[in-house]
Design a protein around this ligand. Sequence first.
Ligand SMILES: Cc1cc2nc3c(=O)[nH]c(=O)nc-3n(C[C@H](O)[C@H](O)[C@H](O)COP(=O)(O)OP(=O)(O)OC[C@H]3O[C@@H](n4cnc5c(N)ncnc54)[C@H](O)[C@@H]3O)c2cc1C
Length: 436
Amino acid sequence: MQKKQENIALVWFRNDLRVQDNLVLNKAITNHKHVIACYCFDPKHYEISRFGFKKTDRFRAKFLIETVENLKANLKSLNIELFVFTNAPYQSIPNLIDIFKIKSIYLQSEWTAEEIETLNSIKKSVADNIAFNEYYDQFLYHPNDIGMSFLEIPQVFTNFRKKIETYSRVRPVVENPSADQINAIENTTQVPTLEDLKLEPFNTHPQSAFPFKGGETYATKRLNDYFFESKKLGFYKKTRNGLIGTDFSSKFSPWLANGSISARIIYWNVKQFEKLYFKNQSTYWLIFELIWRDYFKYISLKHKNHIFKVGGILNKNYHWKTDNDEVLKWINGETKSSFVNANMIELKKTGWMSNRGRQNVASFFAKDLMIDWRIGAAYFEAMLIDYDVHSNYGNWMYVSGVGNDPRNRKFNVDLQAERYDTTGKFQKLWLQETLF
Ligand SMILES: Cc1cc2nc3c(=O)[nH]c(=O)nc-3n(C[C@H](O)[C@H](O)[C@H](O)COP(=O)(O)OP(=O)(O)OC[C@H]3O[C@@H](n4cnc5c(N)ncnc54)[C@H](O)[C@@H]3O)c2cc1C
């Protein structure tokens, strides 16, 4: 076994907020006797973005606070202290480096512009000999295993899926042994409250389709309930276009988005379910959807900042409007479509919207109202509990005709309502909400 280094390693957590199956953490513990960790509630993430929305509004912020509290407790059981900051990483991390004489930082690779800018600002604030050890760990299929370069990622999902299903394998989960205890470590840092982040506290809406808590402990509980207790996984393909309640789909996305569960853990549990009970189209379809998640990450790796441009990855020129009144009507559920309105009210009240709902409201925004799709995407970014930069911008581009939909379809929201909300139950549920 390789001899461990004596100096303390620092794990900088961002969107990998778990201790199970965490490659970054595993590398730090394997290479170093002692490990500390940090998480920064970066003020940048709570500012107003260029389209006038908060980058993170209260639903995701609450979920994140719960996640970091849970991470802190779970790391403690591995003898790792989590330091939590509410200032910019380029301020807090160099400070930790000085205090603990850190020489190695471990982190998950991120590639979007803001994340790179943040990392570079830290690099500029620390000595040149600090080693930054970065690993991709947010995928189901690891970039080294997909048999193609990022530039070769197909523009059509099916071609991508077929290639990786044929040539690639999902890696096994990694174990995380504990680090050695550090004596007399002082940590007075605290996980902030919503008020500390200048956001209003709230109670979860009684009809929320996502009433769950943040943190890997709750992600694991949800997985056990959805797979092994209720066996709802076995019906997933039949129910996944549902609109009401907790169980029409897995609801894994918020935990996946901040990394409190890994896609690999979900995959291997599907395999376990298939071994214990049965294998059917539904068990496969959950993995199929996780491949969509990977796909949008690879698309963003391939096209970099184009995913944020109005012409998208196709560089298409449409006559987009920016009508503020129309945007507000869409946000507040006051458009001419009651199906769109019900979905938008659900989002406003709960931070959640089903996939079917998202497709419809986004198509309506971009293809009926013809408003700059990035405004809608920025509103989703603020509100969604499960906001993930790649899935959000990838799906918005797809629906808006500037991304990966080869057929450039438009949703007929009235027909969709008839098909997926035949009795009008979903619309009734949320439209009555505007009354109080
Ligand atoms: C306009 C628009 C914006 C979206 N923004 C986001 C976002 O910010 N974050 C996000 O995680 N998903 C986003 N999605 C994708 C999808 O709507 C959600 O992942 C899904 O509704 C989450 O519910 P679930 O976990 O119950 O999904 P399930 O149906 O149970 O699927 C399991 C997992 O597969 C992945 N998945 C499913 N559908 C998609 C998809 N279309 N694209 C990428 N991954 C998928 C998710 O990780 C999901 O948790 C967006 C879709 C649209 C149309």
